[in-house]
Design a protein around this ligand. Structure first.
Ligand SMILES: [Fe+2]
Length: 304
């Protein structure tokens, strides 16, 4: 394998990767959107267009407003064609493993105790940041069945760009956030209230087999313990500053029939208002797989 640009000792490789990354990175959310005739059956051209966006930004938005937006087979079958197969279920997920993210804070019940199931904003995070290392969430999909009356936008930032901007400020900050004890989630404190032991881990990690960068992060300040040394504290503060005003943040408002496919990039959600007659509803999928395009693109005959 070629020397990794994510190796802090590889300054030359990093520079080349960095410049190419920023040159190719989409500077408007519109550049991320790929219209799909039918997300359940991609054409080669559509697949190429999705691959292009994901190569540049680790994410793509798709749009199929002409189909019934509440059909869960749209995101499920789309994801499957992109290599997203191993879906994480949790006890708040539906039977098919997708989670219906819709407000329940005014209806009582257990879901309304957790921020995703409220009207509240959600700060920067990657999904599954509290998971054990053998259950890393590498892929994530969001499909909009119904948008809110107002609000509910998602800000998006490729985690590779967050890495890049932090490394540009100070490579020692990246090193601090690659330590296995950088960030600890105390026991029993995840958003879905599943009993878990404390989870320590790095913010940034490089997959040892395939060399891709993964990020585990939340901007929450409660229920999270950062390593107490000065370097980690400075790194966390600088990362928060980057996320507050990065010029590479892309703001998306998903309309019905639109969705996001991504390699678990950083994202937020703004607060929103809706009504019982028009409840915001997004289907979310979390996967142990990354997006995969190569096999489908290069094989004239698709493997069975
Ligand atoms: Fe999320």
């Amino acid at each position: 394998m070629a020397a990794s640009p994510f190796d802090l000792a590889n300054e030359t490789g990093y520079r080349a990767w960095r410049d190419a990354k920023l040159a190719a990175y989409p500077r408007s959310v519109d550049a991320l959107v790929v219209p799909l005739a039918d997300p359940r059956h991609l054409t080669p051209a559509e697949l190429d267009a999705l691959a292009d966006r994901c190569a540049r930004a680790n994410m793509a938005l798709y749009s199929a407003p002409h189909l019934p937006a509440a059909d869960k087979t749209l995101p499920l079958q789309l994801g499957r064609q992109l290599g997203l197969v191993r879906l994480e279920g949790n006890y708040l997920a539906d039977e098919d493993g997708l989670s219906s993210i819709t407000p329940a804070d005014d209806t009582g019940g257990v879901r309304g105790d957790y921020i995703p199931y409220t009207h509240k904003p959600i700060n920067w995070h990657t999904d599954g940041y509290y998971n054990a290392p053998d259950r890393r969430i590498l892929g994530m999909t969001l499909h909009c069945a119904q948008d809110a009356e107002s609000g509910g936008e998602n800000a998006l930032l490729d985690h590779e760009v967050a890495y890049l901007q932090l490394r540009d400020v100070n490579p020692d900050y990246v090193a601090a956030l690659m330590r296995p004890d950088a960030m600890t989630i105390p026991a029993r404190m995840d958003e879905d209230d599943i009993a878990r032991p404390a989870q320590s881990g790095p913010v940034f990690a490089v997959d040892p087999a395939q060399g891709f960068l993964v990020m585990r992060y939340t901007a929450r300040t409660r229920s999270i313990v950062w390593k107490a040394d000065a370097l980690t504290q400075a790194a966390v503060a600088t990362l928060a500053e980057i996320l507050a005003d990065s010029e590479y943040i892309l703001a998306a408002r998903l309309a019905p029939g639109m969705g996001l496919v991504c390699n678990n990039v950083l994202h937020t959600r703004s607060a929103f208002t809706d009504t019982p007659a028009r409840r915001r509803l997004l289907y979310r999928g979390r996967y142990y797989d990354r997006l995969r395009f190569e096999e489908l693109q290069t094989s004239p005959v698709r493997p069975q």
